[in-house]
Each structure stands twice: as C-alpha cells, then as structure tokens.
Design a protein around this ligand. Sequence first.
Ligand SMILES: NC(=O)c1ccc[n+]([C@@H]2O[C@H](COP(=O)([O-])OP(=O)(O)OC[C@H]3O[C@@H](n4cnc5c(N)ncnc54)[C@H](O)[C@@H]3O)[C@@H](O)[C@H]2O)c1
Ligand SMILES: [Zn+2]
Ligand SMILES: [Zn+2]
Length: 379
Amino acid sequence: MKAIVYKGPRDVVVKKVPDAKIKKATDVLVKITTTNICGSDLHMYEGRTNMEPGRIFGHENLGTVIEIGSAVDRVKRGDRVCMPFNISCGFCENCERGLTGFCLTTNPGNAGAAYGFAGMGPYSGGQAELLRVPYADFNCLVLPPDADEKENDYVMLSDIFPTGYHATELAGVQAGDSVVIYGAGPVGLMAAYSSIIKGAGKVMVVDMHKDRLALAEKIGAIAVNDSDGSGVEQVMALTAGIGADRGCECVGYQCCDHKGHEVPNLTMNNLVKTVRPTGGIGVVGVFIPEDPHAKDKLARQGQIAFDFGQFWIKGQHIGTGQANVKAYNRKLCRLIAEGKAKPSFIISHELPLDRAVEAYENFDARKDGWTKVVLKPGH
Ligand SMILES: NC(=O)c1ccc[n+]([C@@H]2O[C@H](COP(=O)([O-])OP(=O)(O)OC[C@H]3O[C@@H](n4cnc5c(N)ncnc54)[C@H](O)[C@@H]3O)[C@@H](O)[C@H]2O)c1
Ligand SMILES: [Zn+2]
Ligand SMILES: [Zn+2]
C-alpha cells in the first residue's frame, strides 16, 4: 500500500510499504477514503517530538471496512466508519468512565493511544491506503447512509470537532457565556463552532492569520487579530475590562508571539489575564513532558513560567488533556446528519495522497489559504 512515512524533521515521503493487516480477532481492516493532516502532525513533522523515523502518520481517518476479525460482531464489511484518533479498549477503568483518551490497555505503561502518534503506542497511522483498527467494535463509529455525500464533514469527527467541543466542556461553556479562544487553527475554529452551537453569547478568536480569522467571522465569532500584539487588550475591551467567562487554549507548546517567536507560556498566561475571576479554562493545545529542541530552558523540561498567583487569586479553574473523542462523536455525528453542523467549512485543500509532501510543507508554514488539508488515498 501507499503511505506517508516520516523520515526526519520536515521530511516526509509517500511510498510503498507492506499492507496493513488484521493482527487480532478484535481488529478490522479499513480502506481509507479520507484522512486529514492535523496540527498535532506538525509537532512531529517539525521534529519536536520523539517520533521514530519510518512510522506512518495519520490519526484523522475515515473509510470503508474491507475485512473483519473473527471476534468482531457489530461492525460489518462494507460499513462506512470514522475512527476516533484515540485507540481505546472499552473495558479498562478509564474507558468505562468515558475517558477513552486515557485508555490503560492500548498503550501499556501510559494512558492513551493513537494512530501514527509520538508516545502513543506502536500503531500505524491512516495517511495510507489501509488502516488496522484495534478493538473495532468499540472504536468504529458507523456512519449514517449519507456518509459519501457528507464525508468531509464526518471525517472531522475523528478529532478536531470533538476536540474543539472538549475544549468548551473543559472550560465549562454554557448558553450565554462569553468565550475567548486562542488559536484559529482547525481546533480553535472547532472550539468556536462548538461554543456557538452551545449558544454562547459572545465568542472571540485570537490569532495572527487573516485567512483563519476570516473563517472565525464566517461562523459568527469575533476575530481578534493579534498581529500587533494587542490581542489581550482587545479581548479586555470586548468584555468591559472583566474578561471572558470561559477560555480555550487551542495552540499548544509551540505558541508564538506576534513576531513569530516561540514563547511557550504566552497563551496560558494570556488566558489567565483574559478570563474573568472564577472563570474556566480548557486546554486542548498540546503540551509535552519534555521538549529537548526548545530554545526556552524551562520548556526543554516540559515546564512553563505560569502566572499561578494571578490564576489562584482569580479563583479560575483549568481542565487539560487529549480529547475523549468517543464521549462526543456520536452526538456530533447526529448534528451533521440533521444538517445542524457542517464542520467541513474549514477545509481549504482536498488532495490525493501523492501530494502530501507539498501539503505538509504549506500547512506547516501556515501559508495563507492553507487552513485544513484532507487527503484522498483513493484518488
Ligand atoms: N487535546 C487534543 O485531543 C488535541 C487534538 C487535536 C489537536 N490538538 C492540538 O491542538 C493544537 C492546535 O491544533 P491545530 O490543528 O488547530 O493547529 P495549527 O497549528 O494549525 O493552529 C494553531 C494556530 O494557533 C495560532 N497561534 C500561535 N501562537 C498563538 C498565540 N500566541 N495566540 C493566538 N494564536 C496563536 C497559529 O497562528 C495557528 O493558526 C495543537 O497543539 C494540536 O496538537 C490537541
Ligand atoms: Zn488531529
Ligand atoms: Zn481502555
């Protein structure tokens, strides 16, 4: 099969590799029809994780089941399925509580596994023609009959739509709330979209990229352009000097100042500043336990200089971590099926797998007009 293989920092190649295969009776084999590039892939692509060369990227996957293991009951050959990026067992203590991002079975010694992901188990990704799906009865979301027509919407259920929604859940967004979101990448835009779906009163999205901010405006959020470094003041002015009720971090440890220099504590401290006293903060942007290639000394050890005193005095609370996709994907799927949500609005490029090298280069450069790339291995 053809797949996107990581060779080293900013170096991926599309090449023939051995076909993915069923390994356990509980697996299915999926022929991938859509697979996305994610901001999480970029941390790995840039060589800022311990991703091993030779591995296949891709954790946002949708396709058709072509083979089923002997112990699979529910999923059938021919089903159109979308897989959560988390690989989870369904029977461990965390999965039983719905915390499938922290499965204790699928990545022994750690909590949480994913396809094609640094530090999240040995599983190959789906930026390929075929994908092995473990514990398939639990992990496959079988899609409604309009799956082909709405494929570019449903594929967002693999990660960024539930992840954006999770950010709003961690922050505690409710109807009428004001919400500030740092990052207008795919995840930030989905956090804004989820806030709007929940009936938030005012949604503000902070970024430096005009194309991404324009998408935030398109769905009814207020774009806060931080390209002159005035984002915090703008948010305070928009909230009568009090700050937003809720805040979402949708950037992660490689966040930058308006000049493009990495400042790892910037978004977290900006959230403390721009969320009101007793407000909630949801952090889905990735932070990692060590970042040996960081310029910042603390960041190399996975630490940031966090304004804990301000945070404490303001009585704010924080929720963090990988999204538990399965906690939300079924309900968000219904919103798509009923025509109430259309997360494909963020897609800028639909390309065959063969064009993955240029797709990675452009998306990594946050090049104007490259807001989200979906790859079509069958084309
Ligand atoms: N928790 C999870 O389950 C989960 C799932 C998916 C992605 N993620 C993470 O979410 C983060 C965002 O993903 P994405 O696909 O949207 O990535 P992305 O890199 O495309 O978008 C990040 C955006 O943040 C902006 N940005 C940088 N510094 C900023 C700052 N100081 N203030 C405001 N905006 C700033 C960038 O300009 C960019 O538009 C990444 O860290 C990704 O790994 C987490
Ligand atoms: Zn992703
Ligand atoms: Zn589990």
